[in-house]
Design a protein around this ligand. Structure first.
Ligand code: SF4
Length: 375
């Protein structure tokens, strides 16, 4: 199975917490789309299999216009074999989802929408520099459904400085009331080079107390599982049959091709990273990509990190086949203390986090990772 990720490096305005690569000058959007199609042509041979998922991320893919989508889909279909049942996801911001825009989207091959809601509290949305209100987000999701989209995901954030457990619960309640097929929820991360990080450093905001963060995570799991969502990845909840196929493929270390500035690709043995500069990308100024070959230890670490994040866990038979007896023993030896404390469990020869383990997943993952002098 192969996936294609397409990075759209434009946003109408920048949110103060975000470090994804994008800019607000949309004047070079046509040139970007041409450069994207040229990159797809150049890298056609890297995709030898049928494409099962296409994901438009960003940035804000809902800044693209119909002519851009037509050009991109024509190019993809001319270069790759895309399965007729492929999952084709588009990230969209609520304020872009006007009636005419949703109608246009409904005529495209896009069959899954990921709507960046982040919060249903208007004060929190202002704090995050989001451009929409909670009401606009609700209307946008309903409008998408009216136009036939039956696979909708919404993104939420928690651990925000102005957020309380009560306001988080209200956001969760309004999210489930919309009955989307999928909900992703991320704790705020203070990324360097963001305005949010500078506010924190200057003491103008305070990070959420760790116990409050953990209580919010517990509330997230309890609320969404009580409403029929399967907690299938640390940050992802889906109704049965509606898990993100594209992201699930990432977590299972499947190959994918990343197109666009700052996009990453994985071919099974190495990762490559496109230049994070729209100007250089459009002008074709090399180097356009850096590649990092993964050692066996690095691949093992990725298998641990991605496997433990999911309900499928780490496939221990797979670890033995791909990484040999030594790393298999190493994994089990380091897992022992967590198995004894019921923070990890084995199920069908897979190693998984228990509910209690989810709350300290970072330390468990780092303990299971390969460090040469820990042998
Ligand atoms: S969160 Fe989304 S809309 Fe906001 S700056 Fe980042 S990519 Fe753009």
């Amino acid at each position: 199975m192969a996936g294609i990720y397409i990075h759209i490096p434009f946003c109408k305005s920048r949110c103060c917490y975000c470090d994804f690569y994008s800019g607000t000058d949309e004047s070079r959007m046509d040139a970007f789309v041409e450069a994207l199609c040229a990159e797809a042509r150049t890298r056609q041979s890297e995709v030898g299999e049928t494409v099962m998922t296409v994901y438009f991320g960003g940035g804000t893919p809902s800044r693209l216009r119909q002519e851009h989508f037509d050009r991109i889909f024509d190019t993809l279909h001319s270069l790759f074999t895309i399965d007729p049942a492929a999952e084709i996801t588009l990230e969209a911001n609520p304020d872009d989802l006007s009636e005419s825009y949703v109608r246009m989207l409904s005529r495209l091959p896009v069959n899954r929408l990921s709507v960046g809601v982040q919060s249903f509290d208007d004060g929190e949305l202002v704090f995050l520099h989001r451009r929409h209100s909670s009401r606009q987000a609700e209307d946008a999701v309903k409008r998408c459904r009216e136009y036939g989209f039956d696979n909708i995901s919404i993104d939420l954030m928690y651990g925000l400085p102005p957020q309380t457990e009560a306001s988080w619960q209200r956001s969760l309640s309004r999210a489930v009331a919309l009955d989307p097929q999928h909900i992703s929820a991320y704790h705020l991360i203070y990324e360097e080079k963001t305005r949010m990080y500078r506010l924190l450093q200057a003491g103008k905001i305070a990070a959420t107390d760790e116990n409050v963060s953990l209580a919010m995570f517990a509330r997230l799991i309890d609320c969404l599982t009580a409403h029929g969502y399967v907690h299938y990845e640390i940050s992802a909840f889906g109704k049965e049959g509606c898990f993100s196929r594209h992201n699930s493929a990432y977590w299972k270390n499947t190959k994918y091709l990343g197109l666009g500035p700052s996009a990453h690709s994985f071919d099974g043995n190495s990762r490559s990273f496109n230049v994070a500069s729209l100007t250089r990308y459009i002008d074709g100024r090399p180097p356009l990509r850096e590649t990092e070959h993964l050692s066996a230890g690095e691949k093992y670490n990725e298998a641990v990190l991605t496997g433990l994040r999911t309900v499928w866990g780490i496939d221990l038979a797979d670890i033995k086949v791909h990484f040999g007896d030594e790393l298999h023993r190493y994994c089990l030896r380091n897992a022992r203390k967590y198995l004894d404390r019921r923070l990890l469990e084995t199920d069908n020869n897979s190693l998984k986090l228990t509910r209690d383990g989810l709350f300290i997943s970072d330390s468990i993952m780092s303990d299971l990772m390969w460090v040469a002098d820990r042998r």
